[in-house]
Design a protein around this ligand. Structure first.
Ligand code: FAD
Length: 548
């Protein structure tokens, strides 16, 4: 019989029909530990929808048809609108509807931030670009609280679960979204060099901005926290996109960035000239004020990277469970089992750390939690976001050539993967922030020791790593040169401590064996053979999604 040359055999089915929350053992365990069964139940609809083909298609389409800048209307009026594909609006509508924006800040539920973090981690696996305006809206609230009146004005709309796009005054909107403008042409890390000026108008708290921003994502949003130089120094401002009388604030989009990834999301260059701005916090205290927003977005960069890892592991384990080579399923080939197990423990460690830090937001008034959050956010952002590109690349390779093809969805994840390490403080800046916190706020080291020390004695490799950090800190002269090593090891210790206490023994053992006990092997898939293939296979099975 003639061979059917068009037959497609040995091609794994599309990964759909799985529950992105309940089907993720690590995420489920973390939600139950830091939240409750009710919190898990409340994520049921989100988790189901995230695993559908419909959601997958919208995620792809929002990137295939990126946003367009519309500077003028047909009559020549300056409008500076951004036009999006309907799939972008579908993604946003659900993200806002599920309360992943600012809703937890007005919730009376004791685990509101854990719920939101878990939902964010699951939903941004559908598509990472739209998570940016969602994150910024979440993060704006703690900074807005520097001014009770401005917080009262904006919080209800930012926390509303209605997605209501369009440039209209706040009074005409059922829901609003926020953004931030800090980075200018001459520098984003050192915002003290900002040249945008803010001149008091004579009205109480009102200023006129003149200058530019080199990066401002989601310029279509309703309100922005912007840094500018007031007479008293660098100051934070609240800049609405529309004014109460219905006119557009002077707020020109020079152009949208042509980016490596994150293509569904509009990132713009802005120009201000007489732009109406409300002072938020005191003049000269701009960094202090906006740092609250930066801290909250740092949590999301880590959760977003954990999401990229989890989606990558899901795709890789799914593929390997359905594709054969040399007469055996890929997942049963020992080298592949090792690779998948190694990717799975990295993903589980990132998920656990992200949810642990979200739980610290739920207990923000507890001094230990506040101190832990101060030190753990920069070091965790540094570590998790830095690990992500290598992780996603390795997962992509598990799909072979199929992983390099756009329709697999893996290139989208790979292009997104370096971004979280860049914005909200690049790698070095976060590593240096860890040193700053250690130097200026002694209680943060105690918080880290308490947290890691909760696992003292459970694993000698983790104990040695903790002692190694303390030894490194004992040599303050060389700390700046060692900043990355220090931040990475401190983050790995936090992950190790969580895994040793709460993860299955084989996951914790594999993590400690490779992140603390051996010399660096440079790639994933180098778990020691002494762990045994059966143990590795158990780890892989735990991470493999199951279609419903
Ligand atoms: C897609 C995208 C969207 C963005 N959206 C926004 C937005 O909405 N709002 C906004 O304000 N910004 C936004 N940014 C900007 C982003 O926050 C900045 O790019 C980032 O803070 C780094 O600033 P920079 O690009 O000026 O780099 P630089 O500050 O010039 O830094 C360059 C490099 O030098 C390193 N470095 C800096 N200082 C030190 C030091 N003391 N020691 C050692 N190394 C150092 C940094 O880690 C970095 O690797 C966005 C960026 C991207 C890519």
């Amino acid at each position: 019989m003639a061979t059917d040359i068009r037959a497609a055999t040995n091609q794994p089915p599309l990964l759909t029909g799985h529950h992105v929350v309940a089907g993720d053992a690590a995420l489920t365990a973390a939600v139950l530990r830091h939240g409750s069964p009710a919190v898990l139940d409340s994520l049921d609809e989100l988790g189901r929808l995230a695993g559908t083909e419909e959601a997958r298609d919208h995620g792809m389409a929002a990137n295939r048809f990126p946003p367009e800048h519309v500077p003028y209307d047909r009559w020549g009026n300056r409008v500076d609108e951004v036009r999006f594909h309907p799939s972008w609006h579908w993604l946003m509508e659900h993200a806002v509807g599920f309360g992943l924006q600012a809703a937890p800040w007005v919730s009376t539920e004791p685990h509101a931030h854990v719920r939101r973090a878990a939902g964010f981690l699951a939903w941004s696996q559908v598509e990472p670009g739209h998570a940016c305006p969602i994150s910024m809206t979440y993060a704006a609230i703690p900074a807005l609280r520097a001014d009770a009146a401005l917080a009262a004005t904006w919080t209800p709309a930012l926390a509303a679960t209605s997605y209501d796009p369009g440039t209209r005054p706040l009074a005409d909107k059922r829901g609003a979204l926020a953004g931030m403008g800090m980075t200018e042409k001459q520098g984003g890390s050192d915002v003290r060099t900002n040249v945008t000026t803010a001149t008091p108008t004579g009205d109480d708290g009102l200023y006129a901005l003149r200058g530019h921003k080199w990066f401002t994502s989601a310029p279509q949003n309703d309100v922005f926290l912007v840094l500018a130089q007031a007479p008293g120094g660098l100051t934070c401002f609240v800049v609405p996109r529309s004014l109460p009388d219905g006119t557009r604030n002077v707020y020109d989009i020079a152009r949208l960035k042509d980016k490596l990834g994150n293509r569904s999301n509009a990132s713009s260059e802005l120009e201000f000239d007489g732009t109406v701005a409300h002072r938020l916090g005191d003049e000269g205290r701009g960094v202090r004020t906006i740092i609250e927003m930066v801290a909250a977005t740092r949590l999301d960069t880590m959760l977003g990277s954990a999401a990229l890892m989890r989606r990558s592991v899901a795709e890789a384990t799914w593929h390997a469970a359905h594709r054969t080579a040399f007469g055996r399923l890929l997942v049963d080939q020992p080298v592949m089992t090792n690779v998948l197990a190694d990717l799975a423990i990295e993903s589980e460690a990132a998920t656990m750390l992200g949810l642990r830090l979200a739980a610290a937001v739920d207990r923000i008034d507890d001094p230990h939690e506040a101190a832990l959050r101060r030190i753990a956010l920069p070091l965790s952002k540094f570590w998790v976001c830095k690990r992500t590109p290598a992780h996603v690349a390795e997962a992509l390779e598990c799909l072979g050539g199929n992983g390099y093809a756009e329709e697999s969805g893996m290139p989208l994840l790979f292009r997104e993967s370096p971004l979280n390490s860049i914005w909200e403080g690049s790698g070095n800046v976060n590593a240096l922030d860890v040193l700053r916190a250690l130097t200026r706020e002694p209680e943060v080291l105690d918080a880290w020791i308490t947290e890691v020390g909760a696992a003292r004695g459970a694993d000698p490799r983790l104990d040695r790593a903790l002692d190694g950090v303390l030894a490194l800190l004992g040599d303050p002269g060389s700390l700046e040169l060692s900043a990355r090593r220090l931040a990475g090891t401190m983050a790995a210790c936090l992950q190790g401590s969580l895994l040793v206490r709460f993860a299955p023994a084989e996951v914790a053992d594999a993590y400690c064996a490779t992140r603390f006990d051996t010399s660096f092997h440079g790639t994933f898939g180098t778990l020691p053979a002494t762990l045994g293939v059966a143990t590795m296979r158990t780890i892989v099975d735990r991470a493999t999604p199951h279609a419903g």
